[in-house]
Design a protein around this ligand. Structure first.
Ligand code: ADP
Length: 293
């Protein structure tokens, strides 16, 4: 049982020949709307990877909120405890030009109202095998969720994305930190990812390395490079979410972390093969198929 406490956003994507200048209007090519947000994406990734996934978060009392929760439920995520708060849902306004360059505004909306965990939410966290958090909701909520997990004997994964300052009372309850290279650099303030520096903060670190796979290191334990699966990458959007959701599932199933990271690499690679974001999150069968190669 994987409990994801995080964000849900509606991604509104305008496809355009070129990105407009300030004050300019450009006649676009197309428009697509997708469910997104790192929390919802990772909960979806976990469910598609075969985990029992519960999402804790807040959606707005608007039409996007209805769509977001029905997309999660359709993916097999337990949405029983999702809050509906008065106001707008989280929205990402995205422009993508024909070269794939983008410009994005994220309006957090309801995600910022996800504060002050309820007794019921704390009980859900305590009943999980793994709690998975990202950083698109208030830091006080992430801190409270990890504290509730620690108190309930639930292991915690923090995917520190997007990077922001990590308070000591949060770090104290993180069992495993998952970061990509730019997040690692932002956290330690070093020119290159510094795994030893990260291990000074948390006991276990997984550093994702894109097409090179990932590095898994434990304080006073292993430090190994887990190679990627070779695929024809079409679009690496959401590869990190696929990786992290699958990692939580594998770790929750009791697999050792080296094997869990290898399985997560298969999920990330399977996602990178396909164009799209939440629609490209692989099923368990797709992960197994690559993992077996
Ligand atoms: P993010 O998308 O968060 O920046 P990465 O680019 O490090 O994260 O990708 C996350 C994971 O997805 C990698 O650790 C790897 O397992 C997988 N992945 C990403 N790009 C590729 C690729 N081109 N080929 C194979 N696997 C990939």
């Amino acid at each position: 049982r994987i409990v994801v406490a995080g964000s849900a956003n509606m991604d509104l994507v305008g496809l355009t020949p070129r990105l407009p200048q300030p004050g300019e209007t450009v006649l676009g090519d197309d428009f697509v709307m997708m469910a997104g947000g790192k929390g919802a994406n990772q909960a979806t990734a976990a469910a598609r990877a075969g985990g029992v996934a519960v999402f804790l978060g807040a959606i707005g009392s608007d039409a996007f909120g209805v769509t977001l929760s029905s997309r999660l439920a359709a993916a097999g995520v337990d949405t029983t405890h999702v809050r509906t708060s008065y106001g707008v849902s989280g929205v990402a306004v995205i422009m993508v030009d024909r070269a794939g360059e983008n410009a994005i505004v994220v309006a957090p909306g309801a995600n910022n109202s996800f504060t002050g965990l309820t007794v019921a939410e704390e009980a859900v966290i305590a009943a999980g095998d793994v709690l998975l958090c990202q950083q698109e909701i208030p830091v006080s909520t992430v801190t409270a969720a990890c504290r509730a997990a620690r108190a309930g004997g639930t292991r915690t994964i923090l995917n520190a994305a997007p990077a922001r300052e990590l308070p000591a009372d949060l770090l104290a309850n993180v069992d495993l930190l998952v970061v990509n290279q730019s997040e690692a650099v932002a956290i330690t303030g070093t020119p290159e990812p510094d795994v030893a520096g990260l291990l000074a903060l948390v006991p276990r670190v997984v550093l994702t390395l894109g097409a090179a796979g990932a590095r898994y290191a434990e304080r006073g334990g292993p430090d190994e490079h887990v190679p990627a699966f070779r695929v024809d990458a079409a679009d690496t959007t959401a590869a990190g979410d696929a990786f992290t959701g699958a990692l939580a599932v594998a770790w929750g199933e009791g697999r050792d972390l080296t094997d869990a990271v290898r399985w997560a690499n298969a999920a990330g690679a399977a996602c990178a093969r396909q164009i799209g974001a939440s629609n490209a999150l692989p099923t368990r069968a797709e992960i197994e198929q690559l993992y077996g190669t």
